[in-house]
Design a protein around this ligand. Sequence first.
Ligand SMILES: Nc1ncnc2c1ncn2[C@@H]1O[C@H](COP(=O)(O)OP(=O)(O)O)[C@@H](O)[C@H]1O
Ligand SMILES: O=C(O)C1=C[C@@H](OP(=O)(O)O)[C@@H](O)[C@H](O)C1
Ligand SMILES: [Mg+2]
Length: 175
Amino acid sequence: MKLYLIGMPGSGKTTLGRTLAVHFGLPFLDLDAAIAAQAGQPIPALFQQHGEAWFRQLEAEVLRTVIGRPGPLVLATGGGTPCFHDNLSILNTSGLTVWLDVPVPVLAARLAAAAETSSRPLLAAAGPPAAWLRETLSARIRFYERARLRYAAATTPVSVLAAELQAAGFTLPDR
Ligand SMILES: Nc1ncnc2c1ncn2[C@@H]1O[C@H](COP(=O)(O)OP(=O)(O)O)[C@@H](O)[C@H]1O
Ligand SMILES: O=C(O)C1=C[C@@H](OP(=O)(O)O)[C@@H](O)[C@H](O)C1
Ligand SMILES: [Mg+2]
């Protein structure tokens, strides 16, 4: 079974995804890393050279390739992944989606460091981070809310999430 983490930039998809993969003994993949590897350039350069629409097209293609591979996986998506090209329907029909729901002030604090901002081109191009995060969340929440599970990622221990995932039917492969 595949496990998909969705949510806003800074919600911890990449960080928590790695932890969960270790916890369950499953492979981990970060979709942004897979996109950058396929394109041969980091995410900010892809946005700068080709624009967001081009990035969304490549993101949808790499997502389908990754999902099409057999076997279990913990996948950290990008913040916008479920909101374009019907990606959320594909995620919801091929694995267990989890929305990492983190309040905007916590996201803003986590992303305040220069390295966090500069690696996220939409955030870097925007005005005040908290305002961009609020506006973006209000546009995206209708997608995030369609995840099978919602997890208060700023406050709930990972062990609780792991138990909830198994209660929700997340099964591990035979060992
Ligand atoms: N549970 C957490 N508590 C504190 N900081 C966190 C937590 N999860 C992630 N972070 C930090 O927030 C930043 C963004 O995390 P990241 O995993 O890249 O988020 P995402 O992939 O959802 O954009 C990183 O600096 C990371 O160390
Ligand atoms: O929110 C977004 O639209 C994006 C989030 C990023 O991933 P993270 O959510 O891991 O920062 C990355 O996919 C790209 O910069 C676009
Ligand atoms: Mg990430």
